[in-house]
Design a protein. Structure first.
Lengths: 441, 572
């Protein structure tokens, strides 16, 4: 950072700190491909319904009155149906799924347009775009969290047997009737008129329990078998990625924000503020954090996945707080800080716009490792059976595997957790090495 | 040094106090109420009077009738009490239309609030009972008075021995309580009976009015001390953690009883971690960037990311219980294993074992020859390493081959800390072996994660010092390489990992919850989990306090050892 500012360079050729870091990161092949694997997992999370859902994208059937009806039930009602996707996390990812074509087009257009601009402008634009994008995403999630209401599943028909097509037909029959109940005559009539339909790759539900197929073995129908309530394990595993990734992202953002604010304030103002922050850190360090989190989650009457996130976020901020505080103590005496203060900029601006950007790199490493440990924590909680019962978490599958000694239910979720956690750890190590000048050759 | 230790210990006191405040606050703010699992709202009114009374006593015993932090009940106004009484009374009135009546949950809440206010409500209740215009109010207030005006016995819920004077006082209080308890009447009692009882109360109140007048000092002490927190801390200073909701046994004794299992587990783990991690770290630092170092790095990295509960469940199912999983089609299921064993075991097992043994011996011979023929490599350390590798390979191969042949290897017990007949029939040595046998899997699950982290730190710690000037000096003096590494480099390079001891302990305590539950070890973690599920607040408080105390001690130990090892750290 500081050595770059000494030289006078043409603004177009100036290489920013982050582009150096990115270049270093790309040299580490394992971490680089690990990053792409994480992108793959994110895509898997977004497109989970395309992979596993027991309702068709598209269905054509002869209307009892004579005509032909074509429906796209996903986009007309299923993706945002709280009775089908009980968990807010799923609704959020479905929103992203529904908007993803639009976003892809917008992104592509912007990429093309910006490609002709000068490098510096382009970089500034991308930076803003990333900030805006994260802001919008977070705002969406928070809105959904606030809107989250525990609606009872009043008109959801738990379909115990039969094919998915029948299930869909029954849903359609339900929508024809006014009272929200399946009209058996109409359903039978519809069933004989269905012409074509396209189903997802694995036409299995992640939450419908099928009591006639409890603990079935691995087969073509159930790729990883079923659990003790007859739910398809493959579908649950796929939706589990959503839970793990959200937990990682949200919990870590919460504690990073808390840690940055506390650490920055302590490190910038020093004196009694600093010692207060230090005391708080010390107190938090004395709690065995897993036990504390376990107790907190278990004492909530109906914990949702967001409770788990908030609790993890509120208990683990000590790491980033100490890191940011240390960086602030180090940077506090530097000339650019003195210059910023001398030019009469408000203190909050000095802290957040001048010092903080230079103190962020260790936090980035901490955050990447933090995602891994948050995923581990959540699956540990779900493994113990505390946590959101409506979330198809990997830990919960593993718990069922333990109770029933079913190896498929132990191995696959365990390996999924292992893979995700090690990917995040790999990328974290890659970033750390890229940021650490000592490692550069 | 001594001064430093004392100062450090004294600094722990305020920290511990704040920790306990936070835990207390969190537990008491938590929704859900202890002692009434599964009973809420409406069902409370239909409870028998007996159950209500026993719940009131329960609340008194656990101080749940008191406010959490600050008690301002001496400032109660008559209007507040009147309102509460009104809510409680209006429900039973015949002449009030149903639409105007409060909801039943509000009535229950008002009743409970009155109950919780206890003796602080007595003056106002008395005032309502003797001269409220509405007879229903008078009736209800009188009823409440018979409970609230009772004085609490000394040492009611404790088993401590009472002195003679205290016993005397208790019997007086008891007599008075019995008399007061009878001063009530039915809702539709005749005026004469009411009059008589009201007179009784008048006489009693004029005699004892001074009990309900609080001086400034009284108010101050009530404000702080007559609260849940005050009571809890008062008891805590006497090392009394309260009693469990479930079996009314003292928490501290129970926790200490469970602690021995957890301590055994944690200490075995910590010792193993350091014993294995330091040599591993030194090894990979000395051979930085060699193939062995890179392989070790990859393995340790994978171990670091493996969730311990997954490994625990997996090992339990593979090495202690037979799996319900076919490793290949046609593999015998759990129920067939015995049958299968009879037919194949002798020949199949023997042949595989023999093949593995021959391969291992061949490897040993080849590696030994390679080492022996090269005079530079001919060190005892190399022979030892080769032998250890051969032994590990042999053991792993036998276990894995047996796993593939029979689907399970019942090498270890399925759970618990010791066999059920351990105490009675075993000698001490057998007992020790039995415990070790039970602890192999759980300790392994707890160890490998910490091992991976610590050995990385050991590696980088040693790398930091190995290029220092004094190492070059030592080499230049002509010291042998092992002496340089072990005596000069390792001692200094290991200082950073000493501080990790403090952070290792809390993570071990946390991690052992899951491991204890998986392996059925009746330690503190399992106890905590069970108590959380039954909302046994005192136990949860106790366990949390004890574990954070352990953490504090761990931090203290690491600080002190840090200071002991590194003379550059001053105590000023």
């Amino acid at each position: 950072m500081s050595e770059d500012t000494q030289e006078v360079v043409d603004p177009d050729d100036e290489i920013s700190y982050w582009s150096i870091v990115w270049g270093q990161f790309k040299k580490n092949k394992v971490a680089y491909w690990g990053m792409w694997a994480i992108v793959g997992i994110v895509l898997l999370a977004i497109y989970a319904p395309v992979l596993a859902l027991d309702y068709p994208f598209y269905i054509t059937y002869a209307d009892p009155t004579g005509g032909t009806v074509t429906e796209f039930p996903w986009f007309s009602r299923l993706l945002f149906d709280r009775n089908l996707f009980e968990n807010t996390v799923d609704i959020f990812f479905n929103l992203v799924l529904a908007l993803s074509p639009l976003m892809a087009v917008t992104g592509l257009v912007l990429w093309k347009v910006m490609g002709t601009r000068r490098r510096k402008i382009r970089m500034a634009f991308y930076q803003r775009a990333i900030w805006a994008w994260s802001g919008i995403t977070l705002a969406c999630l928070v809105t959904l969290m606030v809107l989250e209401s525990s609606q009872p599943y009043n008109n959801y028909v738990e379909i115990q047997t039969g094919s998915q097509l029948e299930a869909e037909v029954e849903i359609i029959a339900m929508s024809f009737a006014n009272d929200g109940k399946v009209d058996p005559v109409k359903a039978a009539e519809l069933r004989s008129h269905v012409a074509t339909s396209i189903f997802p790759l694995v036409p299995q539900s992640f939450r419908t329990s099928n009591l006639s197929e409890v603990e079935s073995k691995i087969s073509r129908k159930h790729l990883l078998g079923t659990d003790n309530r007859g739910r398809d394990v493959f579908a649950r595993m796929v939706y589990g990625t959503r839970i793990s990734l959200t937990i990682g992202a949200i919990a870590v953002s919460i504690y990073i924000v808390i840690g940055i604010i506390l650490g920055a304030v302590g490190g910038y103002f020093r004196g009694w503020v600093d010692s207060l922050v230090l005391r708080m850190v010390e107190v938090m360090l004395c709690f065995p954090s897993f036990i504390l989190i376990l107790t907190l989650v278990a004492f909530i009457d109906k914990p949702s996945i967001f409770h788990v996130m908030i609790i993890i976020g509120l208990t683990r901020w000590t790491g980033p707080a100490r890191l940011v505080r240390g960086e602030f103590l180090k940077l506090g005496g530097q000339d650019f800080v003195a210059a910023a203060i001398a030019s009469g900029i408000p203190q909050s601006r000095v802290i957040f716009r001048h010092v903080l950007p230079n103190a962020l790199s260790p936090v980035l490493v901490n955050a990447t490792f933090g995602v891994a440990s948050a995923i581990l924590l959540e699956s540990g909680l779900a493994f113990l059976g505390v946590g959101d019962p409506s979330a198809a978490s990997w830990g919960e599958i593993l718990n069922i595997g333990r109770q029933t000694s079913n190896m498929a239910l132990i191995l696959f979720p365990g390996l999924a957790i292992f893979a995700t956690v090690s990917l995040f750890n790999l990328v974290g190590e890659g970033i750390r090495d890229a940021l650490d000048p000592k490692m550069r050759k | 040094m001594f001064q430093y230790t004392i100062k450090r210990i004294l600094m722990m006191v305020p920290t511990f106090f704040v920790v306990s405040v936070v835990i207390f606050l969190v537990l008491n703010m938590a929704p859900g109420r202890p002692g009434r699992a599964g009973q809420q709202g409406i069902s409370q009114t239909s409870e028998s009077a007996n159950a209500q009374e026993s719940f009131r006593i329960f609340k008194e015993q656990f101080s749940l009738d008191k406010p959490i932090f600050l008690n301002t009940r001496f400032m109660l106004e008559k209007e507040e009490i009147e309102q509460l009484v009104g809510t409680a009374v209006i429900y039973g009135k015949a002449d009030v239309p149903a639409a105007d009546k409060p909801r039943i949950s509000a009535v229950v809440e008002a009743q409970e609030q009155l109950e919780d206010l206890g003796s602080y409500a007595v003056p106002h209740l008395y005032a309502i009972a003797v001269d409220h215009p509405d007879p229903d109010y008078r009736w209800y207030a009188t009823q409440r008075l018979t409970v609230s005006a009772k004085r609490r016995l000394n040492n009611e819920f404790s088993t401590d021995q009472l002195s003679e004077a205290e016993k005397q006082l208790n019997s007086e209080i008891d007599t008075e309580n019995t008399i007061i308890g009878q001063w009530q009447y039915g809702r539709n009692a005749p005026e004469a009976e009411r009059k008589k009882i009201e007179d009784n109360w008048r006489g009693w109140y004029t005699e004892h009015a001074d009990r309900f007048e609080y001086s400034g000092a009284d108010k101050a002490s009530i404000l702080v001390l007559d609260t849940r927190f005050g009571k809890y801390w008062g008891n805590l200073l006497k090392l009394d953690f309260g009693v469990s909701n479930i079996d009314r046994k003292p928490v501290l004794a129970k926790v200490l009883d469970k602690l021995k299992y957890s301590i055994t587990l944690s200490f075995a783990t910590i010792i193993l971690i350091y014993v294995i991690a330091v040599p591993l770290g030194v090894f990979s630092a000395v051979r930085q960037n060699s193939v062995a170092d890179q392989i070790l790095t990859v393995i340790l990295f994978m171990l670091y990311s493996l969730p311990s509960f997954f490994v625990g469940v997996l090992l339990l199912n593979l090495l202690a219980i037979g799996p319900k999983f076919a490793l290949w089609p046609g593999m015998p299921s759990q129920s067939d294993v015995e049958l299968y064993t009879l037919s194949v075991s002798d020949s199949g097992l023997l042949v595989t074992r023999a093949v593995i043994a021959i391969c291992t011996l061949a490897y040993l011979a080849w590696a030994g020859w390679n080492i022996a023929k090269d005079p530079e490599k001919r060190t005892p350390g190399r022979f030892l390493t080769t032998a250890v590798i051969a032994a590990i390979v042999y053991l792993t191969a036998s276990v894995v081959s047996q796993l593939f042949l029979f689907g399970s290897v019942e090498m270890f017990p399925a759970g618990g800390f010791e066999s059920s007949d351990a105490g009675s029939t075993m000698t001490t040595l057998e007992h020790l072996v039995d415990i070790t046998h039970h602890l192999v899997l759980p300790v392994f699950c707890l160890t490998y994660g910490g091992l991976a982290a610590i050995s990385r730190y050991a590696r980088s710690g040693l790398l930091d010092v190995i290029r220092a000037d004094y190492i070059r000096t030592a080499r230049a003096k002509g010291l042998s390489e092992p002496v340089v590494i072990i005596k000069h480099a390792t001692r200094n390079g290991m200082i950073p990992i000493l501080t990790l001891l403090g952070t290792l302990l809390p993570s071990l305590i946390g991690g052992s919850v899951i491991i204890e539950i998986i392996f059925g070890i009746p330690g503190m973690g399992m106890f905590l989990f069970d108590s959380i599920l039954t909302k046994d607040y005192n136990v949860v408080m106790g366990v949390l306090l004890v574990s954070s105390l352990l953490t504090l001690v761990g931090l203290l130990l690491s600080d002190i050892s840090y200071a002991l090892v590194d003379p550059r750290i001053s105590f000023k």
